[in-house]
Design a protein around this ligand. Structure first.
Ligand code: ADP
Ligand code: MG
Length: 332
């Protein structure tokens, strides 16, 4: 199978929204008049972002999911994406499930594959997504990292830390009961981009980011760009590790129980969560609850924005905790 057969077989489908899709030198995309395009790119490298043993269907899903997560954080409606793919070889057994996982998520969000590039080389998947944000009375409705104000409340969607727990099991540094591993592994391999929540938060959230490197590190981006500090309830965050609910039995195969400090660390700095972290004023509590219910996404209030810069962690009794949970940094 040559390069063009490969593209035609797995990635070329009739154009729907695009004026011109795969096959020419450029794709042509009509944005709604007056709207802004939201554009974001994410690259996934074997060994760095995924394990070489991962199921290609799940990899296809995740490659697009992490990109859609950026659109969600911006409050953008997905329109289209491009796919730049380096592959060691043209292998049907890999390409068929990869493209199925990718295009199933694309169809679920009505996000069209409009072009890309294909080359031979070490496995590398680079996706650029295009979304749309309305402009009202000259004012963009995009959600940004920069609008948090002292007194705003801090919220997080969904669950935290499960992807990291699964990664530790894959690395062999932890061993847990099978049902717990399976639940955590689903969160690691098939993250859910919070598109519906991002759309519902337009005009409500004052600052938003998606959590890819760990809650505290990503919160720090909001704090720096907004010029504020925050208080986070660490023990509340620690209850958001979904696998924790499956951990009724204290004896793990690895011996001993997982400590509260460990749950806190996974929740606060685990990474690969792809949940939305956002702020909103206390007066908007009801609107946040409505956004959560209309988007069918669980949302938990886990802290508050403060005037004083820096981050404070407190435990369930309100006592200060040392904040020594650091996030993922590719070059640290
Ligand atoms: P060019 O050489 O002009 O850049 P290519 O020959 O690389 O174009 O690609 C041919 C067509 O196939 C283009 O429309 C390109 O966008 C599309 N394409 C290439 N690779 C992919 C891919 N992995 N997924 C989707 N479309 C692709
Ligand atoms: Mg090309």
């Amino acid at each position: 199978m040559g390069e063009f057969d490969l593209i035609a077989r797995y990635f070329q489908r009739p154009a729907r929204r695009a004026a011109l899709g795969v096959g020419d030198d450029c794709a042509l995309l009509q944005a709604a008049s007056g709207a802004q395009l939201a554009i974001s790119t994410d690259m996934l490298l074997e060994g760095r972002h995924f394990l070489s043993t991962v199921d290609p269907f799940k990899l296809g899903h995740k490659a697009l999911a992490v990109n859609l997560s950026d659109l969600a954080a911006c409050g953008a409606k997905p329109l289209a994406f491009t796919l730049a793919l380096a592959l060691p070889r043209a292998d049907d057994a890999w390409l068929a499930p990869f493209s199925q996982g990718l295009l199933a998520l694309a169809d679920a969000h009505d996000c069209e594959l409009i072009g890309g590039d294909t080359t031979q080389g070490p496995l590398n998947i680079c996706i650029t997504v295009f979304g749309e944000v309305p402009v009202q009375n000259g004012h963009s409705l995009a959600l940004l990292r920069s609008g948090a104000k002292a007194g705003d409340e801090l919220y997080v969607s969904g669950t935290l830390g499960d992807a990291r727990l699964a990664l530790e099991v894959f690395r062999g540094t932890l061993s847990v009961p099978a049902p717990m591993f399976e639940a955590a592994r689903r969160r690691m391999e098939m993250p859910t981009p919070r598109i519906a929540l991002g759309l519902a938060l337009r005009g409500i959230a004052t600052a938003t980011i998606d959590i890819s490197d760990g809650l505290l590190g990503d919160l720090d981006h909001i704090l720096r760009l907004s010029g504020v500090g925050a208080m986070v309830e660490a023990d509340l965050a620690a209850t958001l590790v979904a696998a924790r609910a499956l951990c009724a039995t204290p004896d793990l195969p690895s011996g001993g129980a997982i400590t509260l400090d460990q749950w806190r660390a996974w929740a606060l700095a685990g990474g690969d969560d792809y949940e939305l972290l956002f702020t909103a004023p206390p007066a908007a509590r009801d609107l946040v609850a409505i956004a959560a219910s209309t988007s069918q996404t669980a949302v938990t209030r886990i802290g508050r924005i403060e005037q004083q810069s820096g981050l404070r962690l407190i435990d369930s009794e309100g006592r200060d905790l040392p904040s020594r949970y650091s996030s993922f940094d590719h070059f640290a």
